[in-house]
Design a protein around this ligand. Structure first.
Ligand SMILES: Cc1ncc(COP(=O)(O)O)c(C=O)c1O
Length: 494
């Protein structure tokens, strides 16, 4: 069964609170009847496109406060014995309707307020199970995971681990891995840095938390690309940052619109703008660095999928062009190897190394040793470069097949984000409905394609972007699946 709940992502109340309030109100108004079976948390999280945890926590609270009760292995029900302080009153206008009016003072048990307010980025695809072809974004090919070598290196490192598995290590990460990454970044991204400047993190998401911890207080101004990656906007917002969206055009961040005023940082994705895919041209990079020097702002360069550059010459990272130490560089193995490794790194300007190392220590005492040791050998043995060469070829031909199929089925399509990465964007022609509707039509035909909000993009309520842009990840779909998927969308839209 479905129940009706509407959520407002711009509300100052967390999604969890909104779900809790909505269900409680519907119980008190008699709309949800006593003893009624509630939808499972999984169904509700899919219906509302929020994380399952949000629903679980809301249900937990409704149970704790006596509005719901759960029967093991059967389900969750509306409690016939509602919190005893709720008053039953006859509605004056209709004798049949019973309204429950709550005496808040008495019925809400005294509780310390939850201090944390946050939103979850849409990285988990709730529709995955129902799709035959899924163009979900930013997912490496599952067949490409280097399982054999990973197993070998894991076993080898475990058998020689000595006390390494039982001790705490440097919270910034094991030195040899930091050195291997510094050695990799020099030729790959043009970044000159010492191993000491590198901090190993639990993916870019943790790097963003570390940076926020170091630079953000309530109302600290921070520039964001608009649209941008939800995970970055939401984490900065959760630390109290005052976000200043700067529009993205066909070349990436419009550097002419950067604010003159003091700003703590500007979060950017210059290699392959997320979500629209532009590569920031050299002159804009130079302007961005000049702006950082003029205002004193740090540039947070999220280089999430730069391992894949399909056309044009390889571009040095902005961090590689930075001669004055304004760039905080973030890299991840989520896209090149696998997101479930939760392994990434950041390169910090000298003066931020110690604060960042301390913040990392306070968060989790450092990354798991075994994963770091395996990754270190994976890089230094040359296996990482070999793996990259192989998946680059695969992703390039998948990208080409996707472009070809879109053109075959829809004619002169307007695409962006082709130069690199693992996804491209189709800017819909006027003859087709809005992105959300096309997404639904495709989904009904068993194909996952994604409008901006569904693909973890945040547009600060500036709807122009979200209405006509659709994202297609091509890295985890085979060429046959791509052909099948685009043909199905084309038929469904006819
Ligand atoms: C732009 C961008 N940055 C960062 C991430 C997350 O990276 P990680 O898995 O390293 O936390 C994503 C995930 O899709 C992303 O799209």
């Amino acid at each position: 069964m479905q129940i009706s709940i509407s959520l407002d992502s711009n509300s100052e109340h967390s999604l969890q609170n909104q779900v809790f309030e909505s269900i409680r109100e519907q119980i008190l108004s008699g709309h949800l009847k006593s003893g009624m079976l509630m939808p499972s948390t999984r169904i509700l999280n899919e219906q509302l496109s929020v994380s399952r945890n949000t629903i679980i926590l809301a249900y937990d609270r409704l149970i704790a406060e006596g509005y719901l009760f759960s029967k093991k292995t059967v389900g969750t029900f509306v409690n016939p014995n509602l919190p005893e302080d709720s008053l039953m009153l006859m509605d004056e206008n209709s004798k049949n309707t019973i309204k429950r009016v709550q005496d808040k003072e008495k019925s809400t048990p005294k509780r310390h307020p939850v201090a944390f307010q946050g939103r979850v980025q849409a990285l988990f695809n709730p529709y995955r199970e129902k799709l035959d072809v899924d163009f979900w974004v930013g997912r490496p090919d599952p067949q490409s995971f280097p399982i054999n070598i990973w197993r070998q290196l894991t076993l080898k490192n475990l058998s020689h681990s000595g006390s390494s598995m039982t001790e705490y290590h440097d919270p910034a990460g094991i030195y040899d891995l930091r050195k291997a990454i510094a050695d990799h970044l020099r030729p790959a991204r043009g970044i000159e840095c010492s191993p000491e400047q590198i901090i190993i993190v639990n993916g870019i998401q943790e790097a963003l938390n570390v940076v926020s911890r170091v630079l953000i207080k309530q109302d600290t101004p921070a520039v964001m690309e608009c649209p941008c990656y939800q995970g970055a906007a939401y984490v900065l917002e959760s630390y109290g940052a005052k976000l200043h969206p700067v529009p993205v055009d066909s070349e990436g961040l419009d550097v002419n619109l950067l604010p003159d005023k003091e700003t703590a940082l500007a979060y950017v994705t210059p290699s392959h703008q997320y979500p629209l895919g532009a590569t920031l041209p050299l002159e804009r990079r130079v302007r961005l660095l000049d702006w950082a020097r003029d205002t004193g702002a740090y540039i947070v360069e999220d280089d999430y999928d730069s391992d894949f550059r399909h056309q044009g010459s390889p571009l040095t990272a902005v961090a590689g062009q930075d001669r004055y130490g304004y760039v905080i560089y973030m890299g991840t193995f989520s896209k090149s190897i696998g997101a479930a490794l939760r392994l990434g790194y950041m390169v910090m300007p000298e003066e931020l190394v110690e604060p960042a190392r301390t913040a990392k220590a306070l968060m989790d005492n450092g990354h798991a040793w075994l994963d770091q040791a395996v990754m270190m050998e994976f890089i230094t043995s040359g296996a990482y470069l070999k793996h990259l060469r192989c998946i680059r070829r695969t992703y390039l031909s998948r990208r080409d097949t996707l472009i070809q199929e879109l053109q075959n089925n829809f004619g002169d399509v307007q695409l962006s984000g082709l130069e690199g990465g693992m996804h491209l964007v189709w800017h819909l022609p006027e003859s087709l409905p809005e992105a959300k509707e096309v997404q639904q039509v495709a989904q009904d035909a068993g194909v996952g394609i994604y409008s901006l909000p569904a693909a973890a993009a945040h547009d600060f309520g500036k709807k122009g972007y979200r209405e006509r842009a659709l994202l297609f990840g091509y890295s985890s779909t085979t060429e046959d699946q791509i052909r099948d998927g685009i043909a199905r969308i084309s038929n469904a839209l006819k």
